[in-house]
Ligand binder design. Structure first.
Ligand SMILES: [Zn+2]
Ligand SMILES: [Zn+2]
Length: 247
């Protein structure tokens, strides 16, 4: 009756997820300990928040410098097309847990805390002001399989924190269903996402808009840069990128 146990276990997991929407993604203790947050405030303190200017393109902190124009070695070697980029925290052990919880467990509730996270990363908040946020799209096949696009969730959570100074526009589509990038190196990633995106014919964007592309993490920047190319080719000049994690 092994299969029956599995079915029952699955059902119990489903029920527990329904009533207890996951635990703190960092310490894994019960959520809402303090009544208003998902992640404990103590755990929030453990995150490697980026609150200084880092690399102009990918946002990675560069030790000893707080000047908003330096470029890290990786970005110098292969400069992206977008103008600037920022990220909120480093993908150390704790940062990874948060992204994992959102991306692989679909824990949207984690993002309820995001408006407060903006206060932990002041340059990030300033960077987003007066912009149109465009989430990196998933291909419709992938979307159907996963059921959600975490970048869309993140963009809307950011809008919630930023208020009327930002808009969200799902103006890009993924026209090629590209294989997942996790095991690919920098140049393979670049090839993988080439011509994978397009601008929707019907969109509310104006060429003068400050556009910030939104994704969950910055790894090599290949996906974000492929999205930026579509916008730049479409006549947009102010194209930026922002992600939650870097690493
Ligand atoms: Zn915790
Ligand atoms: Zn960089």
């Amino acid at each position: 009756m092994d299969w029956m146990n599995k079915v029952i276990q699955k059902y119990l997991n489903y029920l527990s997820d329904l009533f207890f929407p996951g635990n703190c993604p960092v310490c894994e203790k019960a959520p809402y300990k303090d009544g208003f947050s998902y992640m404990c405030l103590e755990c929030e303190d453990l995150l490697a928040w980026i609150n200084k200017n880092g690399c102009k393109f990918c946002g990675i902190p560069m030790s000893g410098f707080d000047f908003d124009g330096l470029i890290c070695a990786a970005c110098r070697q292969d400069p992206p097309r977008f103008l600037k980029g920022k990220c909120m925290f480093l993908l150390d052990q704790n940062g990874k847990k948060i992204i994992h919880e959102i991306k692989y467990h679909g824990a949207k509730d984690v993002l309820k805390d995001l408006p407060r996270w903006l206060k932990r990363s002041i340059p990030f908040e300033e960077f987003l002001r007066d912009s149109v946020l465009i989430p990196v799209p998933l291909h419709k096949k992938r979307l159907k399989k996963r059921g959600f696009n975490q970048s869309v969730w993140i963009a809307h959570a950011l809008k919630k924190g930023m208020g009327d100074s930002v808009e969200v526009s799902e103006a890009l589509i993924r026209v090629r269903d590209t294989p997942t990038q996790t095991k690919l190196n920098r140049s393979q990633r670049k090839r993988n996402v080439k011509n994978a995106f397009a601008l929707k014919a019907k969109n509310s964007l104006e060429h003068s808009n400050k556009i910030v592309l939104i994704d969950d993490v910055y790894t090599t920047g290949a996906t974000l840069d492929a999205c930026a190319k579509v916008l730049i080719d479409g006549g947009f000049q102010n194209v930026y990128v922002a992600t939650l994690g870097h690493g």
